[in-house]
Every structure is written in structure tokens, then in C-alpha cells.
Design a protein around this ligand. Structure first.
Ligand SMILES: Cc1cc2nc3c(=O)[nH]c(=O)nc-3n(C[C@H](O)[C@H](O)[C@H](O)COP(=O)(O)OP(=O)(O)OC[C@H]3O[C@@H](n4cnc5c(N)ncnc54)[C@H](O)[C@@H]3O)c2cc1C
Length: 384
């Protein structure tokens, strides 16, 4: 029997999850990644219960393979330290079957890459265009290292997706959220951190998340003009967050500026009309880039991968991709919109508006806050 063949553009969490899922269903896989090797500078990622369920559907035990921390709680505080809300890890586990887990992105990517056969992942190979995607196929993938053909091509080439721009030239593209984000991971040579915490100031946020083996993932956001880059990132972070509650100042003192990532935050200005064209499918940020305010971008990429592989299993490729679009467009677009709205609230700069927001958060019972996450955390299912 001839084996089906897939080419995946991009070895981020979505592309690798799709590659692993299809490989486990007997497909031949080639993953083309533009970067010349795994990323040396890392960040953490929180995998929500729906993301973990999607990994289960792929048959990949992300928690075991990548190493993880299970935060005892997820706190929301004001810069002075006052607690606004607490999501207890045990209560989340009881409600959703499992608590959110924090993993190091590099560890997760390495674990997924290890689940692929030798030679399937090609670094230093940028996909430049995908042609011949009509139902008659096979599509032709042009890369910086030559041309490939496949039964299906998966564009998992991230938020700036060149393949999206090629096939949806009239789409308005990305929209700046008004915020930038800094991220870094501290080594395990400081006091232990057990709970995850996010602190909301005015137009500024700071997050602390424990990772496996005592490492600590830090992130911070600020309302700034697009493209703003401080000359001295450590001084900038100390100036903005250095007087906030403990342990933030001490954690900031340990930062290595060379290991700080900065990305301006964008989402898609409008939804794509569909996530496929003939034998070409988009997934993850390439399909539905959203701001990180709900911590769902990576989780939705894994959901995409699980659904796509499930639908491609034994089915006619164009029909499977049409079913994939039908299954995924509405959920991911609702989250894109909700994430942008959540970001607007979290990033309020006016003192009165921020104070009213904090009061509203404090007045919301923990059980009601958890209920608001139900459709996020319980909303993943494989289609029939
Ligand atoms: C500050 C921040 C915090 C976040 N926190 C969370 C969180 O806690 N939980 C969560 O679920 N999500 C989170 N997200 C969102 C999450 O990071 C993304 O949604 C997720 O990484 C998307 O995965 P992806 O595979 O679609 O894209 P990416 O991870 O961006 O991967 C795309 C890959 O494609 C490669 N590529 C690009 N162009 C080409 C090309 N032409 N040819 C070949 N390869 C190419 C890139 O090099 C890259 O490796 C966060 C995002 C940000 C910015």
C-alpha cells in the first residue's frame, strides 16, 4: 500500500504536533523549518487542560515527554501584592480532569521532534511558496533547499505565515494589540517558586511561572508604540516592575539580558475565510493568530493538529481538509476575539478604569471565574 505523504512548513508547537500525529497514523512526514536549529533562547508555555486533551488525542504524553511543573495555584495580584483572585490548582484539576501545566518550550519542541523518525525534520529549509494545491494535486512545495511534493501540505509557519500571504493576498494581515512582551527563563539557582502569579498594573503586567527542575519562566507586557525596543532591557524591566511586590524585584536582578525575548503582540485583523485550499491546510498561528491573553494560542495549535490528523485518517484529502476548516474556524475565531478583549481589560492604563477592573475581579467568586473557563478548557472534541 502506498503511504500518504505530508509536508509541514514550520517546526513550532503546531507543526510538530501535526507531524507527530500523522506519523503515528502511518504517514511519511517532512517538516521544513526555516531556523537553522532548535531555538537557543527559551520561554515557558502553559498548556491548558484542553491542550493536554488534544495531546492525548495525538497519543503524545506532553507532560511526561517534556517535563513540567504543576503550579499549586494561579494568582492574580496588584503591584503592591494585594491578591485579586486565586485559581487553585487542585480545584482546576477537579473541574477539568487535569490542572494546567507549565513546560519549557525548548523541552516540548525537543520531545516532539524526538517522536519523529530520523531525517523527518529539516532545519535551515524555508518554504517559499506552495503551488498546485487544487484537488487534483499533488501540491508542489518550493523551499530554499529544493522542491517537494506531497498528498497534503500543512502551513504551520507561524503568525507571519508566508504561505498565508501567498494564498490570501487580500487578507488584511496582522493588527498590533498595543502591547509588547518580554519573556525569559531563569535557571534553577534561586529560591523555589511554587505558584504561578500574574500582576496587573496600569498598562503593565508581570508573570511568574514555575517550570520543571526549579527553573522559572518570567514574562512582562507593557503598552508601548509598535516597534519600541529599549536600549537596555534589564534597566527597562527594573524601571517598570522593580518596585512591584516580592519576589519580582529579586527575580529581575537575576535576569540575563541576552536571554530575554521581546515580541510585539499581534492577532489577525480578520478571520481567514477557511483554513484550507484544496490540499493545503493552515494551522496554529498561521491560521488564527491570537494575542496571548487567554494562554490559548499554543493549545489551539495542538487542537488543530489533533483534529486535522483525525480527519485525514483514511479520508479523501480535500474532503478531510474541508471538514477540518468546518470544525476549527468558529472556535478559534471566538477565542481570537475574546483574547483581544481580555487584553484590553488587562492593559487598562487609566487609574480609575484599572481600579474598577481590580474591584470587579476581586468581587467575582472563584467558582464563577472557573465557570468562565469552561468553554475554553472543555471545548475540545474530535469531530465524528
Ligand atoms: C508572550 C507570549 C506568551 C504566550 N503564552 C502562551 C501560553 O502560555 N499558552 C499557549 O497555549 N500559548 C501561548 N502563546 C501563544 C503560542 O506561543 C503560539 O500560539 C504558538 O507558538 C503557535 O504555534 P505555531 O506552531 O502555530 O507557530 P510558531 O510556534 O510560531 O512556529 C512557527 C514555526 O514556523 C517557522 N517558519 C516561519 N516561516 C517559515 C517558512 N517560510 N518556512 C519554514 N518554516 C517557517 C518558524 O521559524 C517557527 O519555528 C504565547 C505567545 C506569546 C507571544
Amino acid at each position: 500500500m502506498t503511504r500518504h505523504r505530508a509536508v509541514v512548513a514550520g517546526a513550532g508547537i503546531g507543526g510538530l504536533a501535526a507531524a507527530v500525529a500523522l506519523h503515528r497514523r502511518g504517514w511519511d512526514i517532512t517538516v521544513c523549518e526555516r531556523a537553522t536549529g532548535p531555538s537557543a533562547v527559551g520561554a515557558g508555555i502553559v498548556l491548558a487542560p484542553n491542550a493536554l486533551r488534544a495531546f492525548d488525542a495525538i497519543g503524545f504524553d506532553a507532560a511526561r515527554a517534556a517535563g513540567h511543573a504543576t503550579p499549586a495555584a494561579m494568582d492574580l495580584r496588584r503591584p503592591g501584592g494585594r491578591l485579586l483572585s486565586r485559581a487553585d490548582g487542585a480545584a482546576l484539576a477537579a473541574r477539568y480532569g487535569r490542572p494546567p501545566l507549565a513546560v519549557h518550550r525548548t523541552d516540548l519542541a525537543a520531545a516532539l521532534a524526538d517522536a519523529l523518525p530520523e531525517g523527518a525534520l529539516r532545519y535551515g529549509t524555508a518554504v517559499t511558496a506552495v503551488d498546485g494545491v487544487g484537488a487534483d494535486g499533488p501540491p508542489v512545495v518550493h523551499t530554499s533547499a529544493g522542491t517537494l511534493t506531497a498528498d497534503v501540505v500543512i502551513a504551520a509557519d507561524g503568525i507571519h505565515s508566508p504561505v498565508r500571504r501567498q494564498h490570501f493576498p487580500a487578507h488584511p494581515g496582522l493588527r498590533y494589540s498595543g502591547e509588547t512582551a518580554w519573556r525569559t527563563v531563569l535557571p534553577a539557582d534561586g529560591p523555589p517558586v511554587r505558584a504561578a502569579a500574574e500582576t496587573w498594573g496600569r498598562g503593565e503586567r508581570f508573570g511568574v511561572v514555575p517550570l520543571a527542575d526549579g527553573r522559572v519562566y518570567l514574562y512582562a507586557t507593557a503598552v508601548v508604540p509598535e516597534g519600541y525596543r529599549p536600549a537596555d532591557v534589564r534597566a527597562e524591566l527594573l524601571r517598570r516592575y522593580g518596585t512591584w511586590h516580592d519576589p519580582i524585584p529579586a527575580l529581575l536582578e537575576r535576569i540575563d539580558p541576552a536571554a530575554v525575548l521581546q515580541h510585539d503582540l499581534y492577532d489577525l485583523a480578520a478571520p481567514l475565510p477557511r483554513f484550507h485550499q484544496g490540499r493545503l491546510a493552515w494551522l496554529g498561528d498561521a491560521a488564527h493568530a491570537m494575542t496571548p491573553n487567554l494562554g490559548q494560542g499554543g493549545g489551539q495549535a495542538v487542537e488543530d493538529a489533533a483534529v486535522l490528523a483525525h480527519l485525514l485518517d483514511g479520508a479523501d484529502v480535500p474532503a478531510a481538509l474541508a471538514a477540518y476548516s468546518a470544525a476549527r474556524c468558529a472556535r478559534t475565531d471566538a477565542l481570537r476575539i475574546r483574547s483581544r478583549r481580555a487584553g484590553r481589560v488587562a492593559a487598562l492604563t487609566h487609574p480609575l478604569a484599572a481600579a474598577a477592573r481590580d474591584l470587579a475581579v476581586r468581587a467575582t467568586p472563584a467558582r464563577a471565574s472557573r465557570r468562565m473557563m469552561d468553554d475554553l478548557f472543555c471545548g475540545f472534541a474530535l469531530p465524528d
